[in-house]
Ligand binder design. Structure first.
Ligand code: TYD
Ligand code: MG
Length: 460
């Protein structure tokens, strides 16, 4: 048995230190250093022991020209779960490692069980390793899924060595490990979920994937801070990192790629959680537009670019007479400081007074609005609420606001207008300088120069 030594490791950034400290020297976080025992001799999987002969000892490896490397990049396995394939960049790449992170209860196990079932049904057997739930629990979940998941091979196990040996023997197309925080290797001391364990197990599963061509999908829980529990280093090891997010109270879920060695990042996939599992939402605009049958004051629509897709989004504002004290400013799905800035611009450049009003801003459907192109929509929603007059229900607003009240052109205006036209919008207010040469049929573009200009046009 190898001699063990003790090190201290930060649970946030993974920095290692020989002595304990209240604060991590790597990232500066407090109370994140935990004790970890590591084998003093290098673990087998990390490579063969270096022969004696100094720092440069070792045997030469075989090299080859890139053109002689086999395999086409284009090989991907489509699962048939449209939004999942889309976020991955067209499907699962054999031999890749995908990490799916998300808060407990968001639907990671459901998503991956569906993926495993679809792949299995398409003739690509999957091995689903559950370290969190009993076989019966997984079966009960499977029974609720539309289409069922009866053919998926299940292994209830947390020992990495057993998982790897089973995968090597069964040779599934894909291996799902739910979750990486429950897996441990006997070669390291320390409980499952501790940083060293998580990292070592992920690294070994990575090696398994590269050696065998099995696609490995890891589930990772998210910490309070929003990162995947344990070290950032886990994100460096894997090929692709997906985050599964959503508002616990709403039934839609967003899958987002934050790292992808085989595709673009910032793509999103939208799903709805139903009684029969997750259903892809092919038309996210419908979800974020809310129920716009009866136009009310304080509501405005804008178009964002999410990844490569334009999505329409509704913002709602309510400006109401404040009680005693400092008026409230409450923003949901929107940056509070940006709201303060837009209020100041409206006050100075368009003469609207918010000093005695409580202001509430809400982005519909639990979405987040960070694109500055949404400024004009937020400003017009606020103005509409102050005047208590509804904006045209079939209008969208695109524009970034400058401190002088000027409206700036937005990137990819044509694609945003295209989506607006597709969703039945007939009017688009945007910067005079940013009206694209071709506007989709059925849509009229109105160029406006300043926020005051826009207010005068809409509320004469
Ligand atoms: P789960 O996949 O267990 O989440 P995670 O693995 O991320 O912790 O799913 C959690 C919730 O999903 C659970 O509260 C029940 C709900 N759910 C449905 O609404 N419909 C379904 O078909 C299934 C299987 C689960
Ligand atoms: Mg789960």
């Amino acid at each position: 048995m190898a001699k063990a030594k003790t090190v201290y490791r930060c649970t946030d950034c993974g920095a290692e230190s020989p002595k304990w400290g209240g604060r991590c020297e790597g990232c500066g976080e407090w109370n994140t250093m935990v004790e970890e025992r590591v084998a003093a001799t290098p673990a087998r999987a990390r490579g063969s022991a270096a022969p004696a002969g100094g720092a440069h000892a070792g045997t030469a490896g075989a090299t080859r020209r890139l053109r002689d490397v086999d395999g086409a990049e284009s090989q991907r396995w489509r699962t048939g779960l449209g939004e999942f394939d889309f976020v991955l960049g067209g499907g699962i790449v054999p031999g890749s490692v995908v990490l799916v992170g998300g808060e407990p209860g968001i639907g990671k196990s459901t998503l991956l069980l569906q993926v495993a079932a679809l792949l299995t049904r398409a003739g690509r057997p999957c091995l689903y390793v559950s370290g969190e739930e009993s076989a019966l629990q997984v079966k009960l979940r499977a029974a609720r899924l539309d289409g069922g998941a009866d053919e998926v091979e299940l292994l209830s196990e947390t020992a990495l060595e057993t998982i790897a040996a089973t995968a090597l023997e069964r040779r599934p197309a894909a291996l799902v490990v739910d979750s990486i925080q429950t897996v441990y290797t006997a070669e390291l001391e320390g409980a499952p979920g501790n940083v060293g364990q998580v990292r070592e197990c992920a690294a070994r599963l990575m090696r398994l994937a590269k050696d065998t061509g099995i696609a490995v999908i890891l589930v990772g829980h998210v910490t309070k801070g929003g990162g995947i529990a344990g070290p950032k280093t886990l994100e460096h090891i894997v090929d692709t990192v997906l985050y599964f997010e959503g508002d616990g109270t709403l039934d839609h879920r967003v899958l987002r790629a934050t790292k992808n060695r085989f595709g673009s990042v910032d793509e999103i996939g939208v799903f709805r959680m139903t009684g029969g599992g997750l259903v892809p939402v092919a038309n996210p605009s419908e979800l974020f537009l809310g129920d716009r049958a009866a136009p009310a004051s304080g509501s405005a629509v804008t178009a964002l670019i999410e990844g490569s897709r334009p999505v329409l989004l509704e913002v709602q504002a309510l400006a109401a007479k404040a009680g005693f004290g400092t008026p409230q400013r409450v923003a949901t799905g929107y940056d509070g400081r940006r709201l303060a800035l837009l209020l100041a611009v409206l006050e100075r450049r368009a003469g609207l007074a918010f000093g005695t009003l409580d202001v509430f801003l809400n982005v519909v459907g639990g979405a987040r609005l960070v694109d500055p192109a949404g400024d004009l929509a937020v400003a017009m929603a606020l103005a509409s609420s102050v005047f208590d007059r509804a904006l045209p229900a079939d209008a969208i607003f695109l524009g970034e606001l400058g401190l002088g009240g000027e409206i700036r052109p937005v990137a990819q205006a044509e694609r945003r207008l295209g989506e607006a036209a597709r969703m039945g919008m007939r009017l688009a207010y945007l910067s005079e300088r940013g009206v694209p040469r071709s506007v989709p049929p059925g849509l009229r573009a109105v160029g406006v120069r300043t926020v005051a200009d826009c207010c005068r046009t809409l509320f004469p």
